[in-house]
Design a protein around this ligand. Structure first.
Ligand SMILES: NC(=O)c1ccc[n+]([C@@H]2O[C@H](COP(=O)([O-])OP(=O)(O)OC[C@H]3O[C@@H](n4cnc5c(N)ncnc54)[C@H](OP(=O)(O)O)[C@@H]3O)[C@@H](O)[C@H]2O)c1
Length: 324
């Protein structure tokens, strides 16, 4: 098993999780080809290896599984080659997430045609295919929090009107390279909306939820975590008990979804875990529903979910390497 992109925010979480996974032998962890060999100070005593520059020959040398935590253009190019070598690829980028050609062409133009054997891997909504998938496309961070909260209600026919998603993310969601927007002195003490009607995660959320949404992401001055507040109308007569029942049916066997009812989740209660917590408040008189969903963007939104998918794909305990 190997990781490419191991020096990134998501990649370092992968190293941390996979180094102590009971079923994994992590043989290589790579940065970009421009990098020189080095260790990761935060992972000393947790992992004994050394970070290597990208080595495609090694990634295609008969490994069972390869995790890609790369920019999407690099994934779009590398994933099919690695998959052809026989390794099962777990791709954390958005390169293979969108099934419709038009949407993918707009948001992920490097990907072109989807290669054979791609499966979008939302662990809680899988409809078969993971066991034989060659490339498992791991869901995005904002889409994970949104679709876990919304998809069961939409499927149950409880949603009666427009859905507005007010989403907030910590700065690690943008990767390790600071930009003018994510630089410490810009985001410290600040709060800003961005990507209104132009964020590619809206397309992924709509694909997974099955209806249009108004999605407004915000950058908040914390290092990690996502909290999404969703506003919608439900069909007249919907009760708290009905909503609780729908979530109960959807997540009775989902070890990483915690339905908290009227106790609204916070980022601190999911940070550094692979949980998604979902709570809500219903105003039954006006059929207005507010749902709050929280995840750690680097775990349930990235590395943790990828390891969960790896466990499911290889027939291991879904919680292996993630519990506790
Ligand atoms: N951050 C999140 O919350 C999050 C959540 C879900 C999904 N994702 C997705 O996961 C992927 C990684 O995100 P991240 O935030 O961890 O990114 P990041 O912090 O910017 O790290 C990127 C990693 O990729 C390597 N890299 C950069 N360009 C490369 C290339 N052309 N070829 C090979 N390696 C290259 C970097 O190596 P160097 O150290 O040598 O530059 C680094 O290890 C992205 O596709 C992102 O969209 C991220």
């Amino acid at each position: 098993m190997a990781i490419a992109g191991a020096t990134g925010y998501a990649g370092q979480e992968l190293v941390r999780l996979l180094a102590r996974h009971p079923e994994v032998d992590l043989v290589a962890a790579m940065a970009s080809s421009a990098s020189t060999g080095r260790d990761l100070p935060a992972l000393r005593h947790l992992w004994r290896g050394t970070i290597e520059p990208l080595d495609v020959a090694r990634l295609t040398s008969g490994l069972d599984a390869v995790f890609l935590a790369l920019p999407e253009d690099a994934s779009a190019e590398l994933a099919p080659t690695v998959a052809e070598s026989g390794a099962r690829v777990f791709d954390l980028s958005g390169a293979f997430r969108l099934a419709h050609d038009e949407a993918r062409g707009r948001w992920y133009p490097k990907t072109g045609t989807l290669p054979d054997g791609v499966v979008y891997g939302a662990p809680e909504r899988l409809n078969g295919g993971l066991e034989t998938a060659r490339i498992v496309s791991c869901p995005g961070c904002y889409p994970t929090a949104a679709s876990l909260a919304l998809a069961p209600l939409v499927r149950a026919g409880l949603v009666a009107g427009d859905i507005v998603i007010d989403a907030k993310s910590g700065v690690s969601g943008a990767g390790k390279k600071p930009t003018e927007r994510t630089h410490f002195s810009e985001c410290h003490g600040n709060l800003s909306a961005y990507g209104v009607f132009s964020h590619r995660h809206a397309a992924e959320i709509e694909q997974e939820v099955g209806c249009a949404v108004t999605f407004v992401p915000h950058l908040v001055p914390i290092d990690r975590g996502i909290l999404e507040t969703m506003y919608l109308r439900v069909t007249p007569g919907t009760t708290d008990e009905r909503i609780a029942g729908v979530y109960e049916d959807a997540y009775a066997r989902a070890p990483f979804v915690r339905v908290t009812g009227g106790e609204l989740p916070t980022i601190k209660q999911v940070a550094h875990t692979n949980f998604c917590d979902i709570g809500w408040k219903l105003d039954a008189g006006t059929n207005r529903l507010v749902i709050v969903s929280a995840i750690d963007n680097l775990l349930k939104g990235a590395a943790g979910q990828a390891v969960q998918l790896f466990n499911l794909a290889f027939g291991f305990d879904e919680r292996a390497g993630l519990w506790g």
